[in-house]
Design a protein around this ligand. Structure first.
Ligand code: FES
Length: 144
């Protein structure tokens, strides 16, 4: 199997079976924040909720409408940051940014997310792939 086919399968799996979809029980409050973001180029949207306790992302959920790339990216991102310190989640967002620019990135840290590396060759899709990651950064900003 070609690597591109494998990556396509990983992306479709996350799109068809999104991890951490929905809302955090108990709603938005002291520990749970919510971020709504829109991809300006197509109007697709994501709502990301994060529960942050003592610097840890103890829960994270997303809802939204968007293409397979945007929804798969959101699913992968939530899977990767759940249970991690906020700082680590932001460091991962930085690695993702490098990956989208076609720069060298730390593949060991990326896991499934590396399946999106090919998106950097399609500038129009980069906004799709980064939507959830911008929401993560916006959420972390809100908490500070
Ligand atoms: Fe709208 Fe990708 S086309 S998020």
């Amino acid at each position: 199997m070609q690597l591109d086919d494998l990556y396509r399968q990983v992306i479709m799996d996350h799109y068809q079976h999104p991890r951490n979809q929905g809302s955090i029980e108990g709603g938005v409050g002291d520990e749970t924040l919510s971020v709504d973001l829109k991809n300006p180029t197509c109007g697709d949207e994501i709502t990301l909720q994060m529960k942050i306790e003592e610097g840890l992302v103890t829960d994270v959920r997303f809802k939204g409408t968007g293409c397979s790339i945007s929804m798969a990216s959101a699913s992968m991102m939530t899977e990767a940051i759940k249970g991690k310190p906020v700082e680590e989640a932001l460091a991962l967002a930085e690695e993702f940014r490098k990956m989208m620019k076609g720069e060298e990135f730390d593949a060991d840290r990326m896991g499934d997310i590396e399946a999106l590396a090919g998106v950097c060759r399609f500038p129009a899709r980069i906004k799709c792939a980064t939507l959830a990651w911008h929401a993560l950064e916006r959420g972390a900003d809100k908490k500070n």
